[in-house]
Design a protein around this ligand. Structure first.
Ligand SMILES: *Cc1c(COP(=O)(O)O)cnc(C)c1O
Length: 231
């Protein structure tokens, strides 16, 4: 299948799943994750009507985003952000999904203020205790929310998770469900924060994520095709 056909199929699957659980398709934002794919593939997907794109590395975004020949696209950083790349990240990306510590949040706020920007961000949680994964642990959520309340140039729009990979997508469900509970908790604990989004679900489990309340899904392979293995 061609890339536009893949995109159309993903959109149909989103619509069908949303309907089946009584949700509106418009309430689920599709971010097309273009990592490892060239600017020409982004253009192809954009011409098929896709507006939101994601990259997982600042460096790759820096090489690719300025060369994409379609204006008005909205870029999401979905991968780990190193503190020495904050300024560059803020210049390239409109949303940052991967804020994985209170200190990163505070640094982002300072850089965003210096650039005169207001940046929507999500807090990435690590609920599996995997030490190889980035993310705020559940026990650090309160202190991160408290820090967020002091900041003016970042708006904390919700939570994000990359659950452990399971062949069986239903196995990720408890993580999606827990993230949703933590969003509800965060709204109560810090009502002044915007806190309305759940960024969860990728190519192999976005339908499960939609059932569990995802408002943003991040889909790469199902749109662009398989990525070549890392060299
Ligand atoms: C690569 C990536 C995705 C997309 O993954 P697919 O399985 O290709 O859909 C989503 N989120 C993050 C954080 C990623 O790094």
């Amino acid at each position: 299948m061609s890339i536009p056909e893949n995109l159309a199929l993903v959109r149909r699957r989103i619509a069908k799943k949303a309907r089946s659980v009584g949700r509106m398709q418009e309430d689920i934002l599709l971010v097309a994750v273009s990592k490892t794919f060239p600017a020409s593939s982004v253009e192809e997907v954009a011409r098929a009507g896709q507006l939101h794109f994601g990259e997982s590395r600042v460096q790759e975004g820096e090489d690719k985003i300025p060369t994409v020949n379609v204006s008005g696209l909205i870029w999401h950083l979905v991968g780990h952000l190193q503190s020495n790349k904050l300024k560059r990240a803020l210049q390239l990306f409109h949303w940052i999904h991967s804020v994985d510590s209170a200190s990163l949040l505070c640094k982002l706020d300072r850089h965003a203020a210096a650039l005169g920007k207001q940046v929507p961000v999500l807090l990435q949680l690590n609920l599996s205790g995997e030490t190889t994964k980035f993310g705020i642990s559940e026990s650090d959520l309160d202190s991160t929310l408290d820090a967020a309340l002091q900041l003016k140039s970042v708006s904390v729009e919700g939570l994000m998770i990359i659950p452990p990979f399971y062949d069986d997508p239903t196995a990720a469900r408890p993580f999606f469900r827990r993230l949703r509970e933590l969003l509800d908790y965060s709204k109560k604990r810090a009502p002044a924060l915007p806190m309305k989004h759940l960024s969860m679900g990728m190519s192999h489990d976005f339908e499960e994520a939609i059932e569990e309340g995802a408002t943003i899904i991040r889909v790469g392979t199902a749109i662009f095709g398989r990525r070549e293995a890392k060299k």
